[in-house]
Design a protein around this ligand. Structure first.
Ligand code: NAP
Ligand code: ZN
Ligand code: ZN
Length: 351
């Protein structure tokens, strides 16, 4: 074990600051990864500020990891030194329950082991994420980054990418469907790209009028400002699907009213406080309300390969680790275009 540089939150009220952690030496099935880039997910903010409760401190966030294999254990068969790989939101699960066997490890009945803010199954030690220079992960929870995707633009695919790809597949988005994406941030902009690639007619619903041109440049067919109340009258009953990626409290009923008969709204965003849903919002047009949590390892690999095939990658603003607190503040204001990605090479200078 050797000490490596990282950035951590010491408590829910503390800004992130330099911190030193240890990573385990690779066991027989482990891959040791030199982290090149790590995306900044809004879930990092929710957890670093303990907005969902139960956070473990000190916390090294980060679950959109891309790097290069530096060493492998004796039994590792899938990866070799020098390979470009990714790690997403979890690094282990029970491997035996129905969900794990079905490749849906994120719904493991024992609970997946989160990449950070979680505990190792073996010894209960806290897990530390990708705001660090290296990570050691069991090969079964490592993804292969296909050639052709710029690495800094690949990192956000490991959470924002799979989180939006999976529900569009699971709930059955079809070519020609009308899809609304609520919230044009890290998740939202990936939902737009996937929706367009799957042949849907995509509308962005945003609180930020300033994102109109960007939404259209990302491939959306239309943009509507949700601060304009007329939008909800004009678009009432018009969508087959709504993907809701909003991180802050908002009125679900207002968005449900935009679904047509039998339409489906999928919640991805996890605001700090619960919000009421009126039964009438669902009953009147036989609407459905669902949720979705990231995606399993197999589907994450499928999504990465889909991205390579369709020329899809995240739109990013690369930052020095020393800008991380500023990036959090900008995300809270919706000022993100459309994912901050840490250049992990800056960690050694910041330590
Ligand atoms: P993000 O990049 O910060 O984007 C969130 C967007 O929501 C903002 O850019 C903004 O878009 C919109 N928004 C913010 N405040 C709003 C408000 N008060 N009313 C309406 N819209 C508002 O965040 P993200 O990384 O995409 O994550 C979004 C949410 O998904 C977070 O809660 C995160 O924890 C959650 N998440 C869930 C999963 C899962 O598996 N289900 C996975 C990852 C993340 P506009 O400027 O366009 O309005
Ligand atoms: Zn995430
Ligand atoms: Zn399991």
């Amino acid at each position: 074990m050797s000490k490596i540089p990282a950035y951590a939150a010491a408590s829910a009220k503390a800004p992130l600051a330099p911190f030193s952690i240890e990573r385990r030496e690779p066991g027989p099935r482990d891959v040791l990864i030199d982290i090149l880039y790590c995306g900044v997910c809004h879930s990092d903010i929710h957890q670093a500020r303990d907005e969902w409760g139960g956070s473990i401190f000190p916390m090294v966030p980060g679950h959109e990891i891309v790097g290069r294999v530096a060493a492998v254990g004796a039994q590792v068969g899938k990866y070799k030194v020098g390979d470009t790989v990714g790690v997403g939101c979890f690094v282990d699960s029970c491997r035996q329950c129905e969900q794990c066997r079905a490749g849906e490890e994120q719904y493991c009945s024992e609970g997946m082991t989160g990449t950070y803010n979680s505990r190792e199954r073996a010894d209960g030690a806290p897990t530390y994420g990708g705001y660090a220079s290296r990570i050691t992960v069991d090969e079964d929870y490592v993804l292969r980054i296909p050639d052709g995707i710029p690495l800094e633009r690949a990192a956000p695919l490991l959470c924002a990418g799979i989180t939006t790809y999976s529900p569009l597949r699971h709930y059955g988005l079809k070519a020609g469907d009308k899809l609304a994406v609520v919230g044009l941030g890290g998740l939202g902009h990936m939902a737009v790209k996937f929706g367009v690639a799957m042949g849907a007619e995509v509308t962005v619903l945003s609180t930020s009028e300033s994102k109109r041109q960007d939404a259209l440049a990302l491939g959306a067919h239309a943009f509507a400002a949700t601060r304009d109340k007329d939008t909800f009258k004009r678009l009432a009953g018009s969508f087959d699907f709504i993907i809701d990626s909003v991180s802050a409290p908002h009125d679900y009923n207002a968005y449900l009213s935009l679904l047509r008969t039998d339409g489906t709204m999928v919640l991805l965003g996890v605001p700090e406080e619960p919000a009421p849903v009126a039964a009438f919002s669902l009953i009147m047009q036989r609407r459905k309300l669902g949720g979705s949590l990231i995606g399993g390892i197999r589907e994450t690999q499928e999504m990465l390969d889909f991205c390579a095939e369709h020329g899809i990658a995240s739109d990013v603003e690369v930052i020095d680790i020393r800008q991380i607190n500023e990036a959090y503040e900008r995300m809270l204001k919706g000022d993100v275009h459309y994912r901050f990605v840490i250049d992990n090479g800056t960690l050694s200078a910041a330590a």
